[in-house]
Design a protein around this ligand. Structure first.
Ligand SMILES: C[S@@+](CC[C@H](N)C(=O)[O-])C[C@H]1O[C@@H](n2cnc3c(N)ncnc32)[C@H](O)[C@@H]1O
Ligand SMILES: Nc1nc2[nH]cc(C(=O)O)c2c(=O)[nH]1
Ligand code: SF4
Ligand SMILES: [Mg+2]
Length: 236
């Protein structure tokens, strides 16, 4: 069985972001990422200082944990991270599909994998300038190719400021065929610090006002629902 490096497996909870918002979901969060976004809300699955908390599990063990958490009731499994595209999910997806589960994957689009075509939903989240990362659009296009015709692919962009907003408009123009979701960036990602709901609401309002003012009707603008409900608490 394929070995996987897992930071956490949790749920069922609701998907808090993007195209599948509100959908009952078990999250499989992998350890390790090729990016270091300045505002990453999941550094415990990115920074190697947390490596000792990541578990080596084979696909069968991950699948057993998904079955336990869901009590064998099929639902959506979201592969997130870190960057899950570093690892091989072919076996886990096959095990889950055979039992009627669906699979989504959240990745920045920097590494393409053949198993993207086995997913039900691929969420590509290219990073805007505020992240400090530079998008490799050739790699991004390769991700699209791997998924093409096989699974539904959407784009989700996090926006912190005016520069990110202008960048998102450029990315949207580049991929007019991709359903687009925008979410405001969360400036407070420390799990020990309470989020201020008013700050989250103000950021969302700013983004809604901007898109409406510009008559930019292509994207859906959504909050991070799980952050509204639980702040930066882990495992929800
Ligand atoms: C933690 S990432 C893991 C998956 C993958 N590495 C990626 O970035 O797409 C999951 C999602 O959370 C988003 N995200 C991370 N930090 C955030 C923050 N501070 N505010 C809003 N969204 C954030 C990412 O952009 C991505 O869409
Ligand atoms: N409820 C909930 N929804 C989410 N959507 C994307 C998440 C992620 O960190 O990948 C996430 C998460 O960690 N929890
Ligand atoms: S790509 Fe995703 S997991 Fe990696 S640092 Fe950026 S937001 Fe965090
Ligand atoms: Mg998150």
């Amino acid at each position: 069985m394929t070995q996987l490096r897992i930071a956490e497996i949790f749920g069922p909870t609701i998907q808090g972001e993007g195209a599948l918002i509100g959908e009952p979901t078990v999250f499989v969060r992998t350890g390790g990422c090729d990016y270091r976004c300045s505002w990453c809300d999941s550094m415990h699955a990115v920074d190697p200082v947390y490596r000792h908390t990541w578990a080596a599990m084979d696909s069968g063990a991950v699948w057993a944990e998904v079955l336990r958490l869901s009590k064998r009731n099929p639902l959506t499994v979201s592969l997130s991270g870190g960057n899950p595209a570093i690892q091989d999910f072919t076996q886990l997806i096959a095990l889950g599909h055979a039992a009627g589960y669906r699979f989504a994957c959240e990745t920045q689009g920097s590494i393409a994998k053949p198993w993207f075509g086995d997913l039900d939903t691929l969420v590509l989240s290219p990073k805007p300038p505020s992240s400090g990362e530079l998008v490799d659009w050739d790699a991004f296009d390769d991700c699209l190719l791997k998924a093409k015709g096989a699974c539904s692919t959407v784009m989700k962009i996090v926006i912190f400021d005016e520069t990110d907003y202008a960048w998102a408009r450029m990315a949207a123009d580049k991929y007019p065929e991709l359903p687009l979701f925008l979410q405001p960036g969360n400036v407070e990602v420390d799990p020990d610090v309470a989020v201020d709901p008013q700050v989250l609401a103000d950021k969302l309002l700013w983004l809604v006002d901007k898109t409406m003012h510009d008559r930019w009707f292509a994207p859906r603008v959504l909050p991070q629902l799980h952050v509204l409900l639980w702040g930066n608490k882990r495992g929800v």
